[in-house]
Design a protein around this ligand. Structure first.
Ligand code: F6R
Length: 242
């Protein structure tokens, strides 16, 4: 595991974008796994700026998002479909047909989970997966207790995740309580993982990720077993790591 310590959110976002751009330039038809939430927003802004200034092209890139809320249509402003389009896709030259996100409004959610997992496999798997981390150790929406064998599946969000994500909604009652997420096994199959963390709220989670024994009670601990993980984190997020 490689840990890159940076000063603050901006530097984390710069380094993460450089990392992704290098991958896309080297492998123009790579499969990128993407995340939502507050952490990657600065990274996506840098990708957009670079695309506009330097013309890095995403024409042949395919993307797979980690998760989506159940019950929200793609047009809903709080859906991750909307987020990705708004924060990244509509600003770059990616082919919308190559951007995959689980459908939270699918009529048959179990079928949708299978379809999504198969879709990733059919495309040859994920080359580089971008991850944030929940303060309770979740990756994707794999909350504490999620099986390490899990593939794309339905989850009940924990109260701590609902509370954390309510900042994006008008009020807490609007936050969906269920989501579809890539499973831990899906994430672990990615060839490479880039995890970002910023701020003191993530310091305990990073400490645990690196120091706890690998266990399902702290999902991100599984990353200790992945052969190619890079963590880009700022001083506050790494404040508890020696
Ligand atoms: C987002 C995701 C989540 C977030 C995590 C951190 O697609 O899967 O695991 O990465 O909840 O969220 P932020 O970045 O908002 O702190």
């Amino acid at each position: 595991m490689q840990i890159i310590k940076v000063k603050n959110y901006q530097e984390m976002s710069n380094k993460a974008a450089e990392y992704i751009i290098q991958k896309v330039v080297q492998f123009p038809n790579c499969n990128l796994g993407l995340a939502t939430g507050g952490t990657p927003i600065g990274t996506y802004q840098n990708l957009i700026e670079d695309h506009q200034k330097n013309g890095t092209s995403y024409r042949d890139v395919t993307t797979f998002n980690l998760d989506e809320y159940i019950g929200l249509a793609a047009s809903n402003k709080n859906s991750y479909h909307y987020f990705m389009n708004d924060q990244l896709f509509k600003h770059i030259d990616i082919n919308p047909e190559r951007t995959f996100i689980p459908r939270g409004d699918a009529a048959d959610i179990q079928k949708e989970c299978l379809r999504y997992e198969e879709c990733i496999e059919r495309h040859g798997g994920i080359d580089l997966q971008l991850l944030g981390i929940g303060s309770n150790g979740h990756i994707g929406f794999n909350e504490p207790g999620a099986s390490f064998e899990s593939k794309t599946h339905v989850v009940n969000l924990t109260q701590s995740t609902i509370n954390a994500n309510s900042r994006f909604f008008a009020n807490k009652d609007e936050v969906p309580t269920k989501a579809i997420t890539m499973g831990i096994a899906t994430i672990m199959k990615s060839k490479e993982i880039l995890l970002l963390a910023s701020g003191s709220k993530k310091s305990e989670a990073l400490f645990n990720l690196l120091n706890l024994e690998v266990n399902e009670g702290f999902p991100a601990s599984i990353l200790q077993k992945h052969p190619s993980v890079t963590i880009i984190a700022d001083e506050e997020a790494l404040s508890r790591v020696k």
